[in-house]
Design a binder for this molecule. Structure first.
Ligand code: ADP
Ligand code: MG
Length: 458
């Protein structure tokens, strides 16, 4: 029996947390997530190519071993990258059959042909919250997804940054692929289109470029505002557009402003863009913002109290990417510090952040000993006197926060304690932090002092 992917990943995280240092764990492992496990392939999403390469280089074997331990048989690990609006698969092979997001990227890149960016698996209609601000655009997108090349051609989606244009246009692509098995859905940013053209010119392969783009059934072109002033791109796009349009193929364009406001846009393109439907997306109202947060929380299995939703929604009003970012960062913060999800706790975070500068174990020992009025020998001793074991627990917790030592190493610094003692201490302090404001204060002050010593040592 396959174990659910979420459960598997939680177990993997628990194991890796013990094996790796805290910064390693937090920087490289926690930011990744497991996407699916199929046919003995585990697909892991990483936030950027750098993280992906780092994991590939240093941790892939560790991850594979831990996963094998848990599922009981060898598993191949595939590391992929989510970047902005795109998901990249950097490995080929069986993978493209086991996942719905196909792999144009490497296949094409290796032949230095045109690369069509892939669709982000999250950008589907079911995850798009409809409100007064986007109702028209949403309805138009659905209509186009159902019958492309008919009524609204081109569909021109227009709206400010982070308001859902890319999401909505990719949802059309997903819909066609899923319900009509249409594989000729091309999504491309204007920048990519321009780069492809430049490459084609350099390689003397304009013909290949044209054939590629003109083979689309649905062409999704993102951020067209960047075409302003680029004469040859405009020229080429004009012809691509006409060919597709005349063949009854659908074109969908997204822009942060209406065609007329795109500077240095040829008149003929401007009029083509205005030929179909111009649907604009406005900033969402409070209810819609709350619904978006709720929706995201449900997908990610996060429980959010209503007042937390309201607090975030009230404070991030003009950009849904930032709204979601505030939620994601709050959740990360709450879990790192082991706090409860309350407005009070996230205010202190979303407002100026507490810095945690890297520090030496010695500096931490001496700050803790000094502030809590005991000796460093006591911290390293086996004494169970209350104030001493309390100070030791705080010291271990702070060492986890301020250094990249592994749990066993921290145990050693404290006079050779077992790593389970370190875990116990860190958990205990984390729990106390949840309920006791004075402890939050104490730890902040200690953190500040540690920061001060590390600054003065620089
Ligand atoms: P744009 O392309 O307009 O800059 P995006 O489509 O990239 O914006 O959207 C930014 C983020 O906000 C994405 O993560 C997207 O999923 C999310 N988002 C935008 N609009 C909605 C919505 N109506 N419902 C749910 N999520 C949304
Ligand atoms: Mg976009």
């Amino acid at each position: 029996m396959e174990i659910p992917i979420k459960t598997l990943w939680i177990q993997v995280l628990e194991r890796l947390q013990l094996e790796l240092s805290r910064p390693t764990f937090e920087t490289w492992i926690k930011t990744a997530s497991a996407e699916r496990l199929e046919n003995n392939c585990l697909v892991i999403l990483t936030p950027n190519p750098f993280a992906r390469n780092w994991l590939q280089k240093y941790y892939i074997n560790t991850i594979a071993r831990v996963v094998q331990d848990i599922v009981g048989h060898p598993v191949q690990i595939y590391l992929t990258v989510i970047q902005g609006d795109e998901v990249y698969f950097l490995n080929e092979g069986e993978l493209s059959q086991t996942v719905s997001i196909q792999n144009h990227i490497l296949e094409n890149a290796s032949k230095s042909r045109i690369i069509t960016s892939e669709l982000n698996y999250k950008y589907v209609f079911s995850r798009f919250v409809v409100g007064a601000n986007n109702r028209m655009a949403h309805a138009a997108a659905l209509a186009v997804a159902e019958s492309p090349g008919r009524e609204f051609n081109p569909l021109f989606l227009c709206g400010g940054v982070g308001l859902g244009k890319t999401h909505l246009m990719q949802a059309i692509g997903h819909y066609r692929r899923k319900n009509y098995s249409d594989s000729k859905i091309f999504y491309v940013s204007t920048e990519q289109f321009t780069n492809d053209l430049i490459t084609a010119i350099r390689n003397d392969n304009i013909q290949g470029f044209r054939e590629h783009y003109r083979a689309a059934n649905v062409l999704l072109v993102d951020d067209i505002q960047f075409i302003g002033g680029k004469e040859s791109t405009q020229e080429e796009f004009f012809h691509t557009f006409n060919t597709l349009y005349e063949a009854g193929k659908q074109v969908i364009i997204a822009s942060d402003r209406p065609p007329k406001q795109i500077s240095r846009l040829q008149e003929r393109l401007c009029s083509r863009f205005s030929m179909g439907l111009l649907a604009d997306i406005q900033a969402p109202d409070l209810e819609t913002r709350m619904a978006i947060l709720q929706n995201k929380a449900e997908y990610e299995n996060i429980i959010l109290p209503p007042d937390v939703i309201e607090y975030i929604a009230l404070n991030y009003t003009s950009n849904i990417r930032e709204l979601e970012g505030a939620l994601t960062r709050s959740v990360a913060y709450i879990s790192i510090w082991g706090l409860a999800m309350t407005v009070e706790n996230i205010i202190s975070f979303l407002e100026p952040k507490i810095e945690k500068l890297p520090a030496t174990p010695e500096a931490i020992l001496s700050v803790v000993a000094d502030a809590l009025n005991i000796s460093i020998e006591d911290l390293k001793s086996n004494s169970r006197r209350r104030e001493i074991s309390w100070a030791r627990q705080i010291g271990m917790y702070l060492m986890r926060q301020h250094t990249n030592l592994s749990l066993p190493r921290i145990g050693e610094v404290f006079g050779g304690k077992d790593h389970t003692t370190v875990i116990y201490s860190c958990d205990k302090i984390a729990k106390l932090l949840e309920n006791d404001r004075t402890i939050v204060q104490t730890l902040r002050q200690l953190s500040d002092r540690i920061n001060m010593t590390s600054r003065s040592q620089k």
